[in-house]
Design a binder for this molecule. Structure first.
Ligand SMILES: *[C@@H]1O[C@H](CO)[C@@H](O)[C@H](O)[C@H]1NC(C)=O
Ligand SMILES: CC(=O)N[C@H]1CO[C@H](CO)[C@@H](O)[C@@H]1O
Ligand SMILES: CC(=O)N[C@H]1CO[C@H](CO)[C@@H](O)[C@@H]1O
Length: 218
């Protein structure tokens, strides 16, 4: 079992700044996740762990098969997760727990140079569609999802599906989302060039912990 830890608390203390949730969602840059601090293969799954290096501490641990755990304390921004290097229209089952103060995202996530996609299953205090453009509503896997796009600038667009019945365990029929995007004018298919597809835990501006087991039908 290998863990990765980043601790920036000492630096924060040295410059006399109280570790505070300084990170506004609008500050997230395009470079996010494009150069993960740690990524690779573990027990047949792709994994990814990244922080913006701007404060707080986080520890990510790869466990058996598709399981990982992560803890974060007064973090600026931290992303992590396990999944696959090749994105596909999988039915993805995740089982776990998230305990967090402040903001966090638990999502089926794809990243590409052209944009990122969150199928958001659970989240904290901030609904990212509140700063976005609503596309419509999809019903899938037992809940309505609010679909929106958020423009991060420089032609970098996020596509979001936000589950109304929040959960930390369940199955996501991802093709329902990808097909919905295609039929509602979101011209870019997340599967065409995604660098990876993971069940992502992201924390920012708060503290928390998560333990998630990922698997797929196909
Ligand atoms: C995924 O789920 C859908 C809907 O339940 C089902 O029709 C499809 O066969 C499943 N795909 C796989 C690969 O299991
Ligand atoms: C803790 C750490 O080194 N974080 C770095 C991870 O990579 C990003 C670039 O994507 C840097 O900005 C962080 O400082
Ligand atoms: C990740 C992703 O698919 N982003 C797309 C969201 O939708 C807009 C509008 O079609 C595209 O430009 C993005 O590339």
């Amino acid at each position: 079992m290998i863990s990765f830890t980043v601790a920036l608390v000492a630096l924060t203390a040295a410059i006399g700044v109280v570790a505070a949730p300084v990170n506004d969602p609008a500050d997230i840059t395009i470079s996010k996740r494009s150069s993960p601090n740690s990524s690779g293969t573990n027990n047949g799954f792709f994994y990814q762990f990244w922080t913006d290096g701007a404060g707080g501490s986080a520890t990510y641990t790869n466990k058996d098969a598709g399981e990982y755990s992560v803890t974060w304390t007064q973090i600026s921004d931290m992303t992590s997760g396990k999944g696959w290097k090749n994105a596909a229209p999988r039915n993805i089952t995740f089982t776990g727990t998230v305990n967090a103060q402040g903001n966090f995202y638990l999502a089926v996530y794809t990243w590409s140079q052209k944009g990122e996609n969150y199928i958001l299953e659970n989240y904290g205090t901030y609904n990212p569609c509140s700063g976005g453009k609503t596309v419509g509503t999809l019903t899938s896997d037992g809940s309505a999802y609010q679909i929106c796009t958020v423009d991060r600038g420089n032609n970098y667009i996020q596509n979001w599906s936000i589950r109304q019945q929040k959960r930390s365990s369940g199955t996501v029929t991802t093709s329902n989302h990808y097909n919905f995007y295609q039929s509602h004018g979101l011209t870019h298919n997340p599967l065409s060039d995604a660098a990876y597809q993971i069940v992502s835990t992201e924390g920012y501006g708060g503290s928390g912990s998560a333990d998630i087991v990922v698997k797929a039908d196909a």
